[in-house]
Design a protein around this ligand. Sequence first.
Ligand SMILES: Nc1nc2c(ncn2[C@@H]2O[C@H](COP(=O)(O)OP(=O)(O)OP(=O)(O)O)[C@@H](O)[C@H]2O)c(=O)[nH]1
Length: 488
Amino acid sequence: MHPSHPSASDADAALLDLLTGPTPPTCKTFLPRRDAALDPLLIAAAAASGPHVTRNHYTHDFFPGVMLPQAEGSWDWTKFSGQDASTNSKPKRMAYVSRQAPRSKRLGLNIPDDGKENTAPLSPSENLPSPSKTRPTDSDSEGKSRSRTTTVVPESIKVNPGPLEVKCMARTRIPTPHGPIFLHLYHNSKDNKEHMAIVVDPAQFDGPPNPDSPPHIRSKSLDAVWSENETEMDRITRGAYVGRLSPTSKQASKPSEAHAHSTGMSDQIPSPLIRIHSECFTGETVGSMRCDCGEQLDEAIRLISQPITVPPQTPLEQPKTIPGRGAIVYMRQEGRGIGLLSKIRAYNLQDLGHDTVTANLMLGHQADERGYEIAVAILRDLGLGSKDELGEGVRVLTNNPDKVQALENEGLRVVERVPMIPRSWKTRNPHLAVSDPVAQADQKGEKVVGATLIGGNAVYGEDLDKYLRTKVLRMGHMLPLWLEDPEQ
Ligand SMILES: Nc1nc2c(ncn2[C@@H]2O[C@H](COP(=O)(O)OP(=O)(O)OP(=O)(O)O)[C@@H](O)[C@H]2O)c(=O)[nH]1
């Protein structure tokens, strides 16, 4: 008898089976699912970013904060109803963050084992978020107390509390209107910026130093052999070569020869001229006439490149001329360390009538937030300004007495401060212009090749004058403030 039709006969049951099909199997007959349950992380990632996003991307936080309502791309604009996404009152969804240490840390890179040279580029050991300082009250220079809370994110974020190390990652020759320079790119273990050294030392093109010439200005970390697997071509490609490269160059530098110390002429030649220059996108790239940074960089390369006259040692000898030598350490400390964003805001405050120092303070910054530890370490790597007997003392191109003090505090041997008179002041002052070929050319309206990076000649205007006067009057820069009236 058919179980579902207890009252029907067997013939009826057979007919019914024929018409309705066999009884479907019960759930018990199904095999259990073998595939993984749907992964909520994967679904969330795909929903946020599209099907190309895998669980790996998501776990490792390729899109930090993408799930937060205010994050770019996280708002569904199809639901836009005139309300600002950032004011969405819905509870925030969770943002997942990788708990896995960076690869370099997991593999133990940057940790020298059995004394072997580390081949990996220096990188900050941890990618910590920038610390933020909160100042509940701040007063500007005019003594007005403000109660608003200002959050300050320092531009140069210190990410590694360990000892400072600098490493020159690459060096190359750059021709400039003032002559060739060697551009060195540095990594360091303190911040994540690529600071640079512009080395002027064209004598290096003639090959290894001879006993009669001053020592070449070369990076010790660049000339070091980084690993036994490094080929000559690897080393040449990163700039560890002596002389000038040509299509037939095959020989990388030998650390012992490249850093040979000569004693012959060292006593008679002046110490190398150096400058620590702070990045200024507006002044150097856009040609801003709000500051003198562009012309200072250009002027520093020009001054360091001037040939040096070496006095004769005996009455029978003639004075000798050798190529100029020195270096500019180009620090990525935009806006005296406050960063470009804050500097742009500071400019607007300046247009509202405040000077550069007050504008910084109003934004919750200090007047100057720069540090010089990395710059001095770079100079030391170049063999300049260290206090040991092989290092050369330096002459520093600056008007800023605080900078000289800070450099000395970091252990730099400064033998002289060399002032930098703004070109526009020289051009307009007949007494100063008399001894300066660039100023003379400017006065005659002649174009001086390479006189400035952008404008070609000295530039001036109300903004620049205000900026220069503030440096002298409020920051103690050592310049004679002769220009009371520009028309005089
Ligand atoms: N915060 C701020 N920074 C500025 C302003 N104008 C230029 N800078 C920055 O100032 C730095 C250069 O500093 P300066 O004070 O001009 O000169 P210095 O380096 O202290 O001294 P010198 O060695 O004599 O040039 C660069 O990083 C510029 O970006 C400004 O109005 N506000």
